[in-house]
Design a protein around this ligand. Structure first.
Ligand SMILES: [Zn+2]
Length: 119
């Protein structure tokens, strides 16, 4: 899925009749710029969401997520040097520490785990 380069914050979550949990996201600039861009996602599991609907367009320049993906990679690398931590925890924390659109731009968890080098 092609993702745009924007950041969103959670507005609310709602459990639907079929027990699917949908989350509604507003652009980080919804207050400051009156931006109307919205996302609706559904939970895949506790830490991952899938975008199911995209509404509106950004009314402002959107910043690149490339820097965030790079930062997440650096975080992963620095924590990998701490042998006391489990690879699975490092990967999980890395994924949940970044905005949702960045999460979806990160490599798959198994691929991230392989980047946690262990002796
Ligand atoms: Zn926006």
């Amino acid at each position: 899925m092609k993702l745009d380069n924007s950041h969103y914050h959670l507005e609310k979550s709602k459990t639907l009749k079929n027990l699917q949990i949908n989350s509604y996201w507003n652009c980080d600039h919804s207050d400051s710029s009156g931006c109307k861009a919205r996302l609706i996602t559904t939970a895949v599991d506790n830490s991952r969401h899938r975008i199911i609907e995209r509404k509106g367009n950004h009314s402002h320049e959107v910043s690149s997520i490339t820097a965030s993906v790079k930062r997440a990679g650096l975080l992963l690398a620095s924590r990998s040097r701490n042998a006391a931590e489990r690879a699975i925890d490092i990967v999980s924390d890395t994924r949940t520490s970044v905005p949702i659109v960045v999460q979806q731009s990160l490599p798959e968890s198994n691929s991230l785990k392989r980047r946690v080098h262990r002796n």
